[in-house]
Ligand binder design. Structure first.
Ligand code: NI
Length: 272
């Protein structure tokens, strides 16, 4: 069985020093996790995500400027140039995470939209998929990605409406669900998840955040991804094994399809 965590942040300081992080990565291997994509949020974390990808079989990275991080960058222009340089790394498989966050920065929408659009344009130019962070900005996120019809990607930890999901699917996009679907107040997502076509569905932890029930509040890691997979499988009426294999194949199709050079041993070889 394949288990592809399509969105993680193992460089986060909550995973401790190198030895402590190594212990967590050993633990997730023992739990059957075969693939992990670490999403960068600025040049520094994007570099760290790439380092993890270099050191660990089956690990990949995305590089990008997260909407929250934009506000602490001394020079966004220079940061974007750095992201473009990092995107040339063979294990940089997407631009992300990029997007809009109106929960924390609802007053500065034009600034966020400008940098979201510029990174979609970069992905378009480089032929890479994108990973979108959409927090309380569903309409503007959809409107912005629609301006780049060539660009495909995923809305991570999806929180939008059924109509938004349907529009994204029609445009060739993927929808990723996190541990939020295991929470008791996730009734709306529980209605959307079963109607996403099987070849457009991804699962993720977003660790160290969004730990599934019943561990909510503790530090998350990819060993808990199976809880999200089991909930998704139950909602769709399939076996957890089938759901894990399908979502791993989908992640490979979205992120690894364009990079033939990514044959790094069993990780890649095991993928359909
Ligand atoms: Ni994230």
């Amino acid at each position: 069985m394949l288990l592809f965590d399509s969105h993680a942040h193992y460089y986060d300081e909550r995973f401790g020093n190198d030895a402590e992080r190594r212990a967590v990565l050993d633990k997730i291997r023992r739990a059957g996790v075969t693939h992990v994509l670490n999403a960068g949020t600025n040049p520094d974390t994007s570099r760290q995500a790439l380092k993890l990808a270099e050191e660990n079989e089956g690990f990949y990275a995305s590089v990008g400027l997260h909407p929250e991080d934009l506000f602490s960058l001394p020079d966004p222009e220079a940061a974007l140039a750095e992201i473009e340089a990092l995107a040339a790394h063979p294990k940089a498989v997407a631009i992300g995470e990029i997007g809009l966050d109106y929960h924390w920065h609802g007053e500065e929408r034009a600034f966020q939209k400008e940098w979201f659009a510029r990174q979609l344009a970069l992905a378009d130019r480089l032929g890479l998929p994108v990973i979108v962070h959409d927090r309380e900005a569903h309409g503007d996120c959809l409107e912005t990605v629609c301006r780049f019809p060539q660009v495909k990607g995923v809305f991570h930890s999806f929180s939008g409406s059924r109509e938004t999901a349907a529009q994204l699917v029609r445009r060739g996009w993927y929808i990723s669900f996190s541990g939020v679907i295991t929470f008791k107040n996730a009734a709306r997502l529980a209605e959307i998840l079963p109607v996403v076509p099987e070849d457009r569905l991804l699962i993720e932890t977003d660790c160290p955040y969004l730990t599934p029930h019943p561990y909510r509040g503790q530090r998350n890691d990819s060993s808990y991804l199976i809880l999200t997979a089991e909930r998704a499988a139950a909602l769709r009426g399939v076996s957890p094994e089938a759901l894990c294999d399908q979502t791993a194949a989908n992640a490979a199709a979205l992120f690894l399809g364009g990079k033939a050079a990514l044959s790094d041993g069993p990780g890649k070889a095991a993928l359909p």
